[in-house]
Every structure is written in structure tokens, then in C-alpha cells.
Design a protein. Structure first.
Length: 499
């Protein structure tokens, strides 16, 4: 295996002035790079995929809930402006593919040779110190070990590290104990399991038509897949859809409908609720997956789970879509002294702000470098989706603000770093009329969405990071109170939302 050093190459800085290394060239990683560029700080972006936004591209067929103006980072927009680029004005929120082609790729072009693809970070440590050595850690640069697509391995020194690698590819198993269910790997090898967001209406259509598909999970990935599968079921009546959730109610995913600050998200929940109510989707509540058993010819699988009434088997399933969420990859950070929430594996100060036991909407107080910092490892920050650990409610808008604060801190602009801001329209971040097509907009058709279609009156929420959660609860409300704990109360009522 070839070994070389980045420090001898033209795009790196001298040994005495190491760069800030950003891991990941997704929306938040490139937003961080834009702020570093604006601040004049040397940096290097390392992307494991063969192109920027590689993880986003894998769900490129999915349309986001968030409109363009809350995806595009302010510093990135300013960097792109001299090229003639502007934030897309279409009322439809973008697909993942559109985020990559219309935003991330042009941004990477402006950032130039400081963005490197095919460069997978396999470890981060401190120069000359392993995890067991604490004295003087803050004076040592980081060492970031990289494996390139050709197999070559090299180390680069870094002044600071921002891990924006996300959690895509680190899927939670089907097993209810946090471990793979018995037989899960065998079923996966036999091709019975898919990832969380298959291209149901596109490249993967033939796989699902006329088959029985079981979707496991209670997030928006599950909802997207079920609604798409229902389109196939309308055309092919042999298509059977089953949805298994661990909880006893789906109220959080059904959402608040018109009360949701993101109308597309509210519409998705309402559509799913209608499918369950009509019987188009068979909902299995309180199902804790224990085992997967392949059929005799390996073309189907039976799922065995535990319920309040005892063991239950969902038999004859051709496809299992595991939409069970994600978890952070902490293996590459094993030599760092991180202070993490014991349950969510997020930075300790972030954990209580995003805990899905009490949060269902991703609504968190504005937070920045202080909450993301690790006292024993100054200069290291996990940002973006990975900063939420196992919590599922991250939104790009929050990540953009995270990296703005972190980079201001690294630049020594303490006032800007501590004045954490979220810019929201009067009624919260809302979709700008996603129910309308561009043709309808052009012909003067208006939405019934009210203030979301009115000229935006931006309200800026600012905070010192020390202010309390109660005073600073802002974000993207779903119209459904509470998190998992609220499900218990809802389930105790005889008229649940899914009936």
C-alpha cells in the first residue's frame, strides 16, 4: 500500500501553518468551507465519495421538505454571486439530485482545489499523542489519516477539524435491541433487504411491483417510501404494503397537517394517514423485530417480532425496507477524547436539545461552537447531521448556523461566534408554496398557504449560547407536541390518529 504525505503537495499549507480540515463535502461541509474561505483561513475539504454531495446523490430522487432559501448558506451564496449564480427561485423544494447539481457542484468549483474527492478519512488523532495521553493535547496539531481511491494512505496535519461526514451509510439495524436481528445479515445477503430510500418509482420499480413489501421504521424515510409504493399498488393490485413500527401510535409521523411549518412535510404525513385509514397500507403497531427467516427458495423472508400480545410473524415478504434511522460512525474518532451524550452519541450539550424522547420536530434553541465543543479536545467539532448523533430531526438550516459559529470562533471573532442566529420568516420556516407547480406560479395561481406566500418579513432570533432552552425554542414545528414520551399518552386514548 502506497504511503505519501499531503504536506508536500501544492494545495496544502506549510508544516508551521496547518489548515482546518473539513471532513465531508455535503451541504454543511461545503458551507463550512465557504465560511473558512470568507474568513481567509486555510482549509482542506476531504470527501470520501467520488464527487461532492455523494451521500445526498444516493437519495437524489427524493424531494426535500426545505425550500432553497433555507438550504443555501449565506457565505456560500456570496462566494457564488460573482459567477452569476443565484438562489433558485422555483417554488418547489429541490430533490437531492438538484441540491448536488445546482448548488454543491458549483460551490465546489468556486472553492477549487481545496476540495478533494475520493479521499476517505479513516482516523483522526493528535500528533504524537494517543488517547491515553492528556498533557499538552491542546498544543499539538491534529493528524488526519486519509485513504485515497487508489488505496494510497497519507497523513495531514490540521489546526482544527470539523467532522461534517454525516450519518448516511451508518444505518441502524432492524433488531429492536440496537443489534442486527437474528438472520438479518443472511437476509441482506440474499437481497431481501434494501436501504432506507429505494427509488421506488424509478430505477427500483420492477423490484416492488406485484410484490409484498414491509417497511420498518417511523420516520419520514418510511413515509416517503410508503407513499411511493402506494402509487405502484394503485397500478398493480398484487402489490401488498405492510408497515411495522415499534411504537403503539404513528401520531408523530402523521404530523400536524396544516399546522406544520413545512407544508410538504405535513402533506406527506396526511397522505400516509389516509393510506392507513383506507387499508392501502397495513399498519402493524408495537412490533419489535427479533428474527428474519428466509423462505425455502430465498425469494421471501418471514419477520418474527415481539408484540404486547406475544410473538407475531409477518410472512411472505419479498422486500424489507429498513427505515430505522442512522447512527454516527465514531470509529474514526477513537483516538480523540470526546464528551458525548451517553444515549444519543451527540456532543453532550447537544443531546438534551434534540432528544427524540421529548422532541418530535427538530425544534432546538440556536446553538453554536460552545455546545459543539469538547473541552478535552479543543479545535475539534462534529457538525451537521452527525452532531445530532442518533437523533433523527436534523435540518440543513441548523447545520449552516453551526458552522458559521464554529468558523467565527476559529477566526477569533468571539462576538460573532457567540451571537448564534436563526433567520426565520414570521410563521417559522415554511415551504414557499410547494403545492404549486412553476407553470401555476407563472400563470398567477396562488396558494392557500397564507403568510408563506406573502412577502417574507424576516425575524431574527439571536441568543447568547448560555440562554435557556425554554426561552429559545425555535425551529420547524410539526404541529404535534412532544416526542416519544407523548406517544404513550396518545396511545392511551381510544381514538388514535391512525384509526
Amino acid at each position: 500500500m502506497a504511503v505519501r504525505t499531503l504536506l508536500s503537495t501544492p494545495f496544502s499549507t506549510s508544516a508551521g501553518d496547518p489548515p482546518v480540515v473539513v471532513i465531508g463535502a455535503g451541504p454543511v461541509g461545503l458551507a463550512a468551507a465557504a465560511h473558512l474561505s470568507t474568513r481567509g483561513l486555510p482549509f482542506l475539504v476531504l470527501e470520501a465519495g467520488d464527487s461532492v454531495g455523494a451521500a445526498v446523490a444516493q437519495w437524489g430522487h427524493i424531494r426535500t421538505f426545505t425550500p432553497w432559501r433555507y438550504i443555501v448558506d449565506s457565505a456560500a451564496e456570496k462566494l457564488l454571486a460573482p459567477t452569476g449564480w443565484s438562489v433558485p427561485t422555483t417554488r418547489r423544494s429541490p430533490t437531492g439530485a438538484e441540491v448536488v447539481t445546482q448548488y454543491l457542484t458549483p460551490l465546489a468549483g468556486v472553492l477549487g482545489d481545496r476540495v478533494h474527492t475520493g479521499a476517505r478519512v479513516v482516523a483522526v488523532s493528535r500528533e504524537g499523542l494517543d488517547r491515553s495521553r492528556g498533557v499538552g493535547r491542546e498544543t499539538r496539531p491534529f493528524v488526519v489519516r486519509i485513504q485515497h481511491r487508489d488505496g494510497a494512505v497519507e497523513d495531514v496535519r490540521a489546526r482544527a477539524v470539523l467532522d461534517a461526514s454525516g450519518t448516511w451509510g451508518q444505518q441502524n439495524p432492524l433488531g429492536s435491541s440496537g443489534l442486527p436481528a437474528l438472520g438479518e445479515q443472511v437476509a441482506r445477503a440474499a437481497g431481501r433487504l434494501t436501504g432506507p430510500l429505494p427509488d421506488v418509482l424509478g430505477a427500483d420499480r420492477a423490484r416492488f411491483a406485484g410484490r409484498t413489501t414491509l417497511v420498518v421504521g417511523m420516520g419520514h424515510s418510511a413515509a416517503n417510501t410508503l407513499v411511493a409504493l402506494a402509487e405502484i399498488a394503485r397500478e398493480n393490485r398484487d402489490t401488498r404494503l405492510v408497515w411495522a413500527i415499534r411504537g403503539t401510535t404513528a401520531r408523530r409521523l402523521f404530523g400536524g397537517g396544516a399546522a406544520d411549518d413545512l407544508p410538504d412535510r405535513g402533506r406527506l404525513g396526511s397522505d400516509l394517514q389516509g393510506l392507513v385509514s383506507s387499508g392501502a397500507v397495513e399498519l402493524v403497531r408495537g412490533f419489535a423485530t427479533r428474527e428474519l427467516r428466509l423462505g425455502p427458495d430465498a425469494t421471501t423472508v418471514d419477520l418474527v417480532g415481539d408484540t404486547a400480545e406475544g410473538e407475531r410473524t409477518i410472512a411472505g415478504v419479498h422486500n424489507v425496507v429498513g427505515a430505522t434511522g442512522f447512527r454516527p460512525d465514531l470509529d474514526i474518532l477513537a483516538e480523540l477524547r470526546l464528551d458525548l451524550d451517553i444515549g444519543l452519541q451527540a456532543p453532550r450539550a447537544i443531546g438534551p436539545l434534540v432528544d427524540p424522547a421529548v422532541h418530535s420536530c427538530g425544534s432546538v434553541p440556536p446553538h453554536g461552537w460552545r455546545e459543539l465543543a469538547h473541552d478535552a479536545e479543543p479545535g475539534f467539532f462534529v457538525v451537521g447531521m452527525k452532531s445530532y448523533g442518533r437523533a433523527p430531526t436534523f435540518l440543513i438550516t441548523t447545520g449552516n448556523e453551526q458552522v458559521r459559529s464554529v468558523v467565527a470562533h476559529l477566526a477569533g471573532d468571539h462576538a460573532a461566534a457567540d451571537e448564534v442566529q436563526l433567520v426565520l420568516p414570521e410563521t417559522g420556516v415554511c415551504s414557499s408554496g410547494n403545492a404549486l407547480t412553476d407553470v401555476e406560479v407563472g400563470s398567477g395561481v396562488t396558494s392557500a398557504g397564507g403568510s408563506c406566500d406573502a412577502p417574507p418579513r424576516a425575524a431574527v432570533e439571536t441568543s447568547s449560547v448560555s440562554q435557556s432552552l425554554e426561552r429559545l425554542a425555535v425551529g420547524l414545528a410539526t404541529g404535534v407536541p412532544d416526542g416519544r414520551l407523548g406517544d404513550e399518552l396518545s396511545a392511551s386514548h381510544p381514538a388514535s390518529q391512525e384509526e
